[in-house]
Ligand binder design. Structure first.
Ligand code: SIN
Length: 557
């Protein structure tokens, strides 16, 4: 079969070579693989990955692996900004309160305290790395408002904050001699031995040139899984590889059912993934339905700045009621010069599609934007696998609970990336990467695939969008589960080893886990809304759903 799940839990083999006791996308034999040793391996080149790398002392050898190029990540696309309580009337306590309110009862308070208390010092570090945020006339950082924030506390760089931050951090990374950048390097699987991380198996963009990168410290910062859905603000690369790989290696995953749909994504025949930042609503934009009527006041006292899940569901209801595929965002009443200066990217991009935001309403619809769940981590980014850390969107350390507060995500990557960097330093002080021989069995499947990965991927995405989207119910979730399982059965017989097949396996595995978690949670909370269980049920469900890494088995489920 395509992915060699048959060889799971292999024990020591007869000739005395030791086989790592877990399941992989492929088995591998390190004797036949080029081995490369690093003190720390970081997977992912978004803000969490590169910031972690920069926080590790320069005496240690660090490798950043990315399956595309360094500059392609979800972080780069982030428009709005970074939340930090800098206003005189603001405080970490208020930021804490807003985060908990959005998180709908499932935030981890200890982690949120760390986030809000460490925010300002990490922003200072960004400024020292040369990041240019917008400033007021008094040369203070300019603050705007986003949904569910009780204060103006979002710092920004126009409407391309992620790009400004990532460009600057990447330029610093490139000057560091201790950091090796490995682009177009796809991580197939995490290698573990006796519950500890030993490195990763990688291949190139064609699925060839496999290598065993050995390290006792691996940081997973691979981002989210927007590509489980057909409409998403995430880039093509967001196939949830890190989260799936962690699960296969025995890591615990948490809160997978909580998927955030951003309310305002451009809805144009040629582009349905371009974000119209919440900051546009923060600056006063109004949502109007197909009849030209403003509707948010009927849904929530905070109107257009209600929590994201509320706004997305309201839009969904309005689209259903008016039998249309989009609503409109109207900021045309603002001054033209102001709009061009404050939202240059949105202004230019929309104009490219014939929409002049200074005159026209912008057609928008909700699309998948962020997964609150991921690899379960403690307040230090540690997982249940020794030496395996995680931060950023693929991590679930309880910051976001059931619904992420806007502009807390870049911040999370910074705060927890830095903490992980500091721990890596401490661990490496005691022992550098061990060069003990590791003999792992690897078998290559040479047969051609009998399935078209792209077709299956598209089919899964459509099903996930239809049945596992903004509003869910048991029947729909079961339909989606059946579809995922039947694709899994088909793939069982195919024997390919191309990169898109690995990605498809990751998409299939995660889709199944998201659906199972959504089925299990028989209530509505935060971003998870069940039309058949529309109330929040604290008595039974004020708790996390954890999926422990076990043998993925599409067959017969
Ligand atoms: C946005 O600009 O609306 C996105 C900000 C975020 O997702 O935190």
């Amino acid at each position: 079969m395509l992915i060699n799940y048959q060889n799971v839990n292999a024990g020591p083999i007869k000739d005395g070579r030791e086989v790592s006791k877990y399941r992989y996308l492929m088995d591998f034999d390190s004797e036949k693989l080029i081995k490369e040793y690093h003190d720390v391996i970081i997977i992912g080149s978004g803000i969490a990955g590169v910031f972690t790398a920069l926080e590790i002392s320069q005496e240690y050898d660090v490798a950043i692996l990315t399956k595309e190029t360094l500059d392609i990540s979800n972080s780069v696309l982030a428009q709005g900004g970074i939340a930090v309580s800098l206003d005189k009337k603001d405080s970490p306590e208020l930021h804490f309160k807003d985060t908990l309110y959005a998180g709908a009862g499932l935030c981890d308070e200890e982690s949120v305290w760390v986030l809000v208390n460490e925010a300002a010092s990490n922003i200072d570090r960004l400024c020292n790395f040369g990041v240019n945020f917008d400033k007021t006339k008094q040369q203070e950082l300019a603050l705007t408002r986003e949904a569910a924030h009780s204060m103006n506390r979002i710092i920004h760089a126009g409407d391309t904050t992620g790009k400004e931050v990532c460009d600057k951090l990447i330029s610093v990374v490139k000057t560091r001699n201790n950091i090796k950048i490995c682009e177009r390097t796809f991580v197939i699987d995490l290698v573990t031995k006796d519950g500890a991380c030993k490195g990763v198996l990688v291949c190139d963009e064609n699925g060839d040139a496999k290598k065993f990168l050995v390290s006792d410290i691996v940081v997973c910062a691979t981002g989210g899984f927007g590509q489980l859905f057909s409409s998403t603000t995430n880039p093509e690369v967001a196939t949830g590889d890190g989260i799936s790989m962690a699960y296969r290696a025995g890591a615990e995953l948490m809160d997978l059912e909580f998927v955030q749909f951003h309310p305002t994504v451009l809805y144009h025949p040629q582009n349905k993934s371009f974000l119209i930042s919440e900051a546009v609503r923060g600056e006063g934009a109004l949502l109007k339905n197909a009849e030209g009527k403003r509707f948010m006041p009927e849904y929530h006292p905070l109107n257009e700045l209600a929590p994201r899940d509320v706004v997305s569901r309201a839009i969904f209801e309005e689209m259903k009621r008016t039998r249309t595929s989009n609503v409109f965002l109207d900021i045309s009443f603002k001054d033209k010069d102001y709009l061009e200066a404050r939202f240059p990217n949105i202004y230019k991009t929309c104009l490219g599609y014939g929409i002049d935001i200074t005159k026209d309403m912008i057609p928008v619809a909700p699309a998948e934007h962020y997964c609150m769940g991921g690899i379960k981590a403690d307040v230090n980014g540690k997982t249940n696998i020794n030496g395996f850390f995680t931060c950023g969107e693929c991590a679930c350390n309880g910051i976001h609970g059931a619904n992420r507060l806007a502009s807390n995500s870049l911040l999370e990557g910074l705060v927890f990336g830095r903490l992980i960097g500091e721990q890596a330093d401490r661990l490496l002080k005691n022992s550098r990467v061990s060069r003990e021989p590791l003999n792992l069995v690897y078998k290559t499947n040479r047969n051609d695939a009998r399935v078209d990965s792209n077709l299956v991927r598209t089919d899964i995405q459509k099903e996930m969008t239809r049945e596992v989207g903004i509003i869910r119910n048991r029947e729909g979730l079961l339909r989606a589960l059946n579809k995922v399982n039947s694709h899994g059965k088909m793939l069982e017989d195919s024997k390919s080893k191309r990169l898109e097949d690995f990605e498809l396996q990751n998409i299939l595995l995660l889709s199944r886990l998201v659906i199972e978690s959504a089925l299990e949670r028989e209530e509505s909370r935060g971003a998870h809304y069940r039309s058949d269980f529309s109330k929040t049920d604290d008595e039974n469900w004020k708790r996390h759903i954890i999926k422990s890494g076990k043998i993925p088995n599409f067959v017969g489920t």
